[in-house]
Design a protein around this ligand. Structure first.
Ligand code: PRX
Length: 653
């Protein structure tokens, strides 16, 4: 595959002067240091960045690979790292700036954060008996109490599992059951586009069946709409919180104790509970904030993600607070009340670093191309993107109209499993090529290789692998260590040793720049939301008329990919029904089983699926048909080659 050469944008000189990593020589020194003395490199940073209660005795334990252990024997507390250690120098600094959907605002200083988190932790401990190792599920809107709840769990050593508020009751239930949660923390609801929406009723439905481990539900009242209160199960945070003391001793945690679970989609089966550990995670969350966003003491940093995703965990809550930054938390959507909302907020808070997803950039570009001109965006220094490939036109608009041609764009590639950034430009050092994640961060051995570890030729696509363990990596899949091994260490090897394979393909060019080409497995990425086609298929199969289904991603101008489903109905009669009506029903089933985010944009009834003689569905053919492409691959190996033309006529006709 040959690529035309991309233009190169050099870092802004003025910015680079004060950046933590100022040029490519400094970058290279760090890279070389990590290559020459991997453990020395990581040990140095762990000692320098973390306030240890007790020092670690070993940097990396590889004896039970791939169940790696980092900073063995060290004792710490992540909430202490994020709050207490800042009090001496930053107690009156804004830790969180909250902006609600309807324009309501709150500024929470580090001292207030300390008190709020301590009270929250005391409430969990005293009222609900939460202790080290217990699992707590959070089903929360974007309000400061969500961050308090995460940090309160960390303070007590309880393991939180945040479930994105867009997931359905069924999806929430699956996650509660898998984690065997003792407590669910939720809110009555919150506001979106000026109107209240509800969360607690979803929790009520989730808890109707099978969640035997859940003892209590704690409800934060945000929109004060009417909800059902179940006696002796449901408790109001607002009524109880002021009864608690505002100091709470942090639990002494081991480096490798689990910090949180976050469920994510894989190519097969049910979502996986990605388990992260304490020390390695917080170290890298903090270091990447410093290196990749280069946040300075007086800066205001805004990441628009939701705390239900890893980006919200690492880059709204843990990373910014660990480094003592001011982090903005926003409840609403950037297009309400108009497509200038985000830029208005940049002007108002003098945001210095802004981090969002390509889908949001495309929407804001399309719906409010000239909105940025109305606001003063001169405070911006670094712009970030994450979650999906960004296309060159969106990149250009972001660079020119939002960044005024003076801000670096850091296109950060990483995953729920990696905990923090892996491949990304450094804003003061890396000459940037548009829509390109550029180089691995120092200490991260990201390589584009073949399955056997051979490096790919420039311009060829290969597997994006991380060939050495790194501190913030996934430790296991909750309750399923075998699946962990198989999912991540089963596909690629280097020097005969299994290495972490991300599931993404990438191209490395002649200058060594890495461009992510997207998933090579059956995971699709819709508006930066990662979804397993197998999960969506399992949901669709619950519709009584569906016999078989195959789901693929179809390129979409705004969302990156859209969900395209081919369904085969149970009997011939059914196929004469109204397709639009059936599609509506199928989407209702998906909403119920997973949530609105997984709904299909296109549902086509077809007479059969293209299968090989061994019964494997040839998804490549289905992807090509969805795109309207000519079928180039050999279809003679199909059980019924004539099915391809039939499917094509269903899709076109
Ligand atoms: O396919 C890659 C894509 O998002 C996937 C990870 O999804 P998730 O675990 O939900 O985490 C998203 C936020 C980190 C990856 O396997 N992805 C992430 N960042 C990029 C990306 N694709 C292209 N460019 C990126 N910068």
């Amino acid at each position: 595959m040959s690529e035309e050469r991309k233009p190169i944008f050099k870092p802004n000189r003025e910015f680079a002067k004060n950046a933590r990593i100022k040029n490519m020589c400094e970058y290279q020194e760090l890279v070389d240091w990590a290559k020459e003395d991997y453990e020395g490199f990581w040990g140095h940073w762990a000692k320098e960045k973390i306030n240890w209660f007790e020092p670690f005795t070993q940097v990396l334990d590889e004896s039970n690979a791939p169940f790696y252990k980092w900073f063995v024997g060290g004792k710490l507390n992540v909430s202490y790292q994020c709050i207490d250690r800042h009090l001496e120098v930053r107690k009156n600094k804004a830790a969180i700036i909250f902006e609600g959907d309807r324009g309501d605002k709150q500024i929470i200083t580090y001292l207030e954060l300390y008190r709020n988190v301590s009270r929250f932790a005391n409430l969990l401990k005293n009222r609900f008996g939460i202790k080290k190792g217990d699992r707590v599920v959070l089903y929360m809107p974007m309000i400061p109490e969500a961050a308090y709840a995460m940090l309160a769990c960390a303070r007590l050593g309880a393991i939180h599992s945040v479930v994105f508020g867009g997931f359905s009751a069924e999806a929430l239930r699956d996650r509660i059951i898998d984690a065997e949660a003792k407590l669910v923390i939720t809110a009555d609801g919150a506001y979106r586009k000026g109107k209240p929406y509800m969360l607690k009723p979803v929790v009520d439905i989730a808890l109707e069946e099978g969640c035997d481990t859940v003892e209590k539900v704690l409800v934060v009242q945000r929109n004060h709409e009417d909800i059902t209160w179940i006696e002796r199960r449901d408790y109001s945070y607002n009524e109880l919180i002021d009864l608690e003391a505002d100091t709470c001793e942090p639990e002494v945690m081991d480096s490798e104790d689990p910090l949180f679970l976050l469920y994510t989609s894989g190519s097969t089966g049910k979502p996986k509970g990605v388990q992260h550990a304490q020390a390695g995670y917080i170290l890298w969350a903090q270091m990447t904030m410093e290196w990749v966003f280069d946040v300075k003491e007086n800066d205001t940093y805004w990441c628009t993600a939701d705390i239900g995703w890893i980006t919200g965990h690492t880059y709204i809550v843990y990373g910014p607070l660990a480094m003592g930054a001011t982090t903005v938390m926003f409840e609403g959507v950037p297009t309400y009340p108009d497509a200038g909302r985000a830029w208005k907020m940049v002007e108002e808070y003098k945001i210095n670093q802004f981090y969002t997803a390509p889908t949001a950039i495309r929407v804001l570009h399309k719906t409010g191309e000239h909105e940025p001109e109305k606001y003063d965006l001169s405070s911006l220094k670094v712009l970030g993107t994450v979650g999906e490939p960004i296309d060159p036109p969106a990149w250009k608009w972001y660079y020119e109209k939002i960044g005024g041609g003076r801000c670096a764009i850091v296109d950060t590639w990483w995953q729920t499993e990696t905990g923090g950034h892996m491949v990304s430009p450094l804003p003061g050092a890396t000459p940037i090529k548009p829509a390109c994640a550029t180089f691995p961060l120092p200490g991260i051995m990201a390589e584009v290789i073949e399955r056997d570890g051979t490096p790919v030729e420039p311009g060829e696509q290969g597997l994006l692998c991380i060939t050495k363990p790194w501190p913030s990596m996934i430790r296991t899949i909750w309750g399923d260590p075998e699946r962990f091994k198989k999912s991540y260490f089963g596909d690629a090897k280097k020097d005969g040793k299994p290495v972490y394979f991300s599931g993404d393909g990438a191209i490395i060019d002649e200058d060594g720049y890495i461009t992510i080409t997207g998933r090579v497995d059956d995971v699709i990425n819709v508006s930066g939301h990662r979804m397993g086609t197998a999960e969506i298929e399992a949901a669709i199969k619950k519709h009584p008329h569906v016999a078989e289904v195959a789901v693929v991603g179809k390129p979409d101008d705004i969302k990156g990919e859209s969900v395209f489903a081919y369904v085969v109905l149970k009997d011939v009669e059914d196929s004469f029904g109204e397709e639009a009506e059936l599609a509506k029903e199928i989407n209702q089933v998906i909403s119920k089983e997973i949530g609105n985010i997984a709904k299909c944009d296109t549902i086509k009834v077809v007479p059969g699926l293209p299968k090989t003689r061994s019964g494997k569905i040839m998804r490549r053919i289905l992807r090509a048909i969805a795109k309207g492409e000519e079928i180039k691959q050999d279809i003679s190996t199909l059980e019924d080659p004539s099915i391809v033309a039939k499917i094509q006529s269903c899709v076109i006709g």
